[in-house]
Design a binder for this molecule. Structure first.
Ligand SMILES: Cc1cc2nc3c(=O)[nH]c(=O)nc-3n(C[C@H](O)[C@H](O)[C@H](O)COP(=O)(O)O)c2cc1C
Length: 236
């Protein structure tokens, strides 16, 4: 077998950085947490303003309070999503389809939210009125966090289910008026393995010379896994 180059290893890390929602309930050592957050904070931003801040919740008294607040919000968020999509989840046996297993993982994620090893609130400090680029200088830092976590054998997941309790959390942590909670990111050692991400074929997403004009040089590498967009389909 051909030797894996450094570039191959980096690219494989990117292509296997999936959302991880099932964690081993063990602490993340501070040295690893430092590396992950250092990498996050090296991300690019418009004019290098670095409007991102990260509030880490481990086991401190306010962290415990915030986890309780977030746990309720996550369970409500997921319940609302299940009702609107008409999903029912049977957790008594391991799901036989990818869709069933995904729904079960989601259920476990929200049910056990308070036990997630580390929760990171990704904060955005606004420096101009809201505009269409809002968040664009925030998400590269969050993706850096995910990639660094993956590289060190951890897994992470983004979520927006803090929205209903953002005011409560802002008060708890005394966040300034110009600071928003952009994302909640959970982090820990995965219970299972990181598989490859599933996306659409590259030809659906990359064009040349015009909208939906295929680029003759694009091809997915062997073994690429695919999926359409949106929630998992009933048959998958
Ligand atoms: C902006 C953003 C918001 C997201 N919000 C949630 C969320 O509220 N709950 C959740 O479980 N996953 C959330 N995700 C994770 C996506 O569902 C996930 O990235 C997508 O389904 C692809 O799966 P993968 O990351 O495993 O490849 C979010 C991702 C992004 C980028």
């Amino acid at each position: 077998m051909a030797e894996q180059t450094h570039a191959d290893a980096v690219l494989e890390t990117i292509a296997t950085t999936r959302s991880i929602r099932r964690y081993r309930y063990e602490d993340v050592p501070s040295a690893d947490l430092n590396k992950i957050l250092w990498t996050a904070t090296r991300a690019p931003s418009g004019t290098n303003r670095q409007p991102f801040r990260f509030l880490v919740l481990r086991n401190g008294p306010k962290a415990k309070q915030a986890r309780r607040i977030l746990g309720i919000a996550f369970r409500n968020g997921w319940q609302t999503k299940c009702s609107s999509e008409g999903w029912t989840i049977d957790t008594s046996t391991r799901g036989s389809t990818r869709r069933e297993r995904m729904l079960q993982a989601m259920q476990q994620y929200v049910d056990e939210f308070e036990r997630v090893p580390v929760v990171v609130l990704a904060l955005y400090q606004r420096y101009r009125p809201i505009d269409a680029m809002e968040g664009a200088s925030m998400y590269p830092a969050c993706q850096n966090l995910m990639l660094a976590a993956r590289a060190l054998g951890y897994g992470a997941c983004f979520s927006g289910w803090h929205r209903g309790v953002a005011t409560e959390l802002s008060l708890l942590f005394e966040l300034p008026q110009d600071v928003e909670i952009a994302l909640t990111i959970t982090l820990g050692k995965p219970q299972g393995k990181h598989g490859p991400v599933r996306r659409r074929p590259i030809g659906d997403l990359v064009f040349e010379e015009g909208w939906e004009k295929s680029a003759p040089w694009v091809q997915d590498p062997p073994g690429t896994r695919f999926t359409g967009g949106g929630p998992p389909e009933a048959r998958s």
